[in-house]
Design a binder for this molecule. Sequence first.
Ligand SMILES: C[S@@+](CC[C@H](N)C(=O)[O-])C[C@H]1O[C@@H](n2cnc3c(N)ncnc32)[C@H](O)[C@@H]1O
Length: 402
Amino acid sequence: MTTDNDVHDVAALRDAMVHELREQGAIQSEPVAAAFAAVPRHLFTPGESLEVAYGVDNAPIVKRDDNGLTLSSVSAPHLQAVMLEAAEIKPGMRVCEVGSGGYNAALMAELVGDSGRVTTVDIDPDIVERAGAFLHEAGYDHVQVMLADAERGVPEAAPFDRIIVTAGSWDIPPAWIEQLGGDGRIVVPLRMKGTTRWIAFDRESAGGLVSRDYGLCVFVPFQGAGSHTERTVAIEDGVVLRWDDEDLKVDRDALRRALHLPRLERWSGAVFDMPDEQALFLLTNEADMALLHADQEAIDHDLVARPALRGVPVLINGDSFAYRAARPNEDMSSGYESGVYAHGPSAGTLAARYAELLRQWADKYHRRGAASIRYLPKAATPPAPSAGVLPKRHGTVVVTWP
Ligand SMILES: C[S@@+](CC[C@H](N)C(=O)[O-])C[C@H]1O[C@@H](n2cnc3c(N)ncnc32)[C@H](O)[C@@H]1O
């Protein structure tokens, strides 16, 4: 039973959420603010407290697989706001959401208004049922909820002005581009070199897509025909390398031996800042880059340094590897200087290569959104291979640093 107090709490929490999202810069426009103020998020997160439901960074988990991997969650308001702003959804538009939960589709329904149309599609019958029931309860019966593998898009409801994908995708299925109208935009969390960026892509005249904005994000994996398994190799207990590319050669035994050799430390003299932007630069400017992850125990034993706790770009060369470090330095604009830790017989050479990249980033690209990302469908002529050219199943992602 809902009491007057609950109603008051919900209104206050919703206002506070909108306020905080504005303060953070996640909400930038009045229509997006109005949508967040209108939709009762707690109706889409039953079983969670009101505080959890309205926390800007909370993404309540809805379903896990047998190994504990999250298959579905209600995305965090912060990320939803950023992606909706990037989508620039206008009244009257036809919008497709890939991956349902109900809440985000309701926000979209507010944005398109009575003259627009929202279709949300999920591969999981349980999620489709939940989303449909919640949308009904919240008064958004006009949102179309469909059960399908979105690898094929939703031809029944196409074309779309906007496609917003809410599962981490390794590629862009041809159907999404085909089902996008002339001035259409796709906002998609795309996996590149083991990390995911949401990217707002506009259509290019040649049939491809070009980015207008992007940012770091974490999403549950895209399932079904378009799923893709990244590669992981444990070089020691709790120390794992992750990468996407088919052709990165990793000599696990040699790297394990290197890990137990003394750690070389080199400082770049360049600023450490915006680690996600810097990471994208590193990963797309050296072919032999992967991600190094270490668990707390490996860090406590000083096997690997702290930056690896959240994953850090690692340059690998046969029997040696080098990864990013940071230390306080008051001469730097951020208060931190970037550097390198390296192990193995070629540690010195690798560290020098890595430090040079850190200096290049600091000199030329020390800002948000410095990369340009294009998606070229299979039919287009692929560019010459380089670290920023990422072959996918249906096309090629090209990351350049203009
Ligand atoms: C993060 S949840 C979606 C959250 C939702 N957009 C919201 O309102 O917050 C991601 C969803 O993507 C779905 N999904 C994964 N792969 C899919 C596929 N190939 N086709 C359709 N849905 C898929 C999952 O079942 C999961 O429910």
